[in-house]
Write a protein that binds this ligand. Structure first.
Ligand code: CA
Length: 437
């Protein structure tokens, strides 16, 4: 795991003054995205957020201000996807982060040159940060797994394998989109419990899932195992991930092989990827109740126990069409924290590769819905509405069991800790359009 270094110093400030007060993107963060300027016929390339600005990494690479592995990483980040940068691994990425941090600090001699590479974030549009070759979704919140299991299998909510292996399934990467990806309500086959036969039509129980997305860094070859002590050398960074779910399609199709069309119609990621190095100050201990099975030796290490979890505050909001029409602010649905996860990022990637499965730079691992122990920390409407039985009331008097056309879901994430700068992930937002029938 990456140790604290000079780039995390809470006292650092930037000559980009918007980074110094109340920003998701202070100099201690430096997250990556792929972008281009709006309405310009130009190539997508890598960018790093600083305050209200983005550093154009392709423009910066051309200035040849950095040297060695930092310049190599900068050139990799100039491409139209971040896959090459991710595949360079943590040392090269760390060298680039240190160079960027120094160049952006107050009194840097590079200020004049770097100023020419800044573009206001209001003038850019985002692309997908990388080519996601494979996407795996896990199920790491035991609170979510128990709540959902209770609804789908009241007699047997948590299956016996849950506490022994990180449960996951392989999803589709073809319909993962970037924040702002509006999509049509999915259509599918559903069967009401009392119906004799299923029917085909628009989903009636459309839901969101509040998740984190973990991007794989350095690739591995088929047959190459990842020791848990080295696991995070294969993780690049983290985004916010909304894994949209059609609960009625899911209930009918999910047995015996797991989720399929109930999940593959859309998933939305936030544009900025916060690197594992930026997250170093917000590590949290990982432990299990003594009465639970402890992780097997290959999924356990001292580091993982001391610092394996990530303390990331998560919040989820809704803005309905009526709220937009009446200029009302969005309403908070829940808040949770990634540290509640029953499995750590290191355990997920070690487990994933433990059968010899090759991991490729840019692969995406969804954490699973991050519900916490209390009702207010539920990460989906399925839980908040108790399986659709109890509508929730929004501040403007509207009610929801599941999502309606025109609803926008907004998710945010941030990290704060005594003695460290507060950093944020920005947000992921998407709006549901009517079904195409
Ligand atoms: Ca999910």
């Amino acid at each position: 795991m990456i140790k604290l270094n000079q780039t995390h110093d809470i006292n650092l400030t930037s000559w980009v003054t918007s980074a110094n007060t109340n920003s998701d993107f202070p100099i201690q963060n430096l997250p990556f995205a792929i972008f281009k300027r709006k309405d310009k016929n130009e190539a997508y390339r890598g960018g790093v957020a600083i305050g209200t600005q983005v550093i154009d990494l392709a423009a910066l690479a051309k200035l040849n201000l950095f040297t060695g592995t930092a310049q190599t990483a900068l050139e990799a980040a100039s491409q139209s996807t971040l896959n090459a940068l991710m595949d360079l691994g943590v040392e090269a990425n760390s060298a680039l982060r240190l160079s960027l941090s120094k160049a952006l600090q107050n009194n840097s001699p590079l200020q004049g040159a770097l100023t020419t590479t800044l573009i206001p974030q209001t003038e850019i549009e985002f692309g997908m940060p990388c080519l996601i070759g494979d996407y795996t979704d896990f199920y790491t919140s035991i609170y979510h797994a128990t709540a959902v299991g209770s609804l789908f299998r009241p007699d047997n909510p948590l299956l016996p394998n849950y506490k022994w292996i990180p449960i996951g399934y392989h999803g589709r990467s073809s319909t993962i989109g970037i924040s702002g990806q509006d999509f049509n309500r999915p259509i599918g086959q559903t069967k009401a419990p009392d119906a004799i036969e299923p029917c085909f039509g628009p989903c009636k129980r459309l839901d969101y899932e509040l998740e984190m997305g973990l991007f794989v860094g350095k690739s591995t070859q088929m047959g190459e195992l990842i020791k848990i002590e080295n696991a995070e050398q294969h993780l690049f960074g983290v985004c916010i991930f909304n894994d949209w779910s059609a609960r009625d399609i899911q209930a009918w199709e999910y047995q015996p092989l797991g989720p399929f069309l109930a999940k593959s119609f859309a998933s939305t990621i936030s544009p900025w990827i916060v690197t594992m190095e930026a997250l170093a100050p917000y590590r949290s201990e990982f432990s299990r109740p003594k009465t639970d099975p402890q992780p097997m030796p290959h999924l356990s290490s001292k580091q993982n126990s001391c610092y394996g979890s990530l303390d990331i505050d998560l919040s989820c909001f809704i803005q309905t069409k009526a709220m937009r029409d009446n200029q009302q602010t969005m309403a908070q649905l829940s808040q949770s924290n990634f540290k509640h996860s029953y499995w750590t990022p290191a355990q997920l990637i070690t487990h994933h590769a433990s059968n010899g499965c090759a991991m490729r730079a840019g692969d995406l691992l969804g954490s699973g819905t991050q519900s916490g122990p209390t009702y207010e920390e539920a990460g989906s409407l399925l839980e908040l509405s108790k399986g659709g039985k109890t509508p929730i009331e929004l501040p403007n008097g509207e009610k929801r069991t599941f999502l309606e056309d025109g609803d926008s879901i907004i998710m945010r994430a941030s990290c704060s800790k005594q003695g460290a700068a507060k950093i944020g992930f920005g947000e992921v937002v998407a709006t549901i359009l009517p079904a195409k029938v």
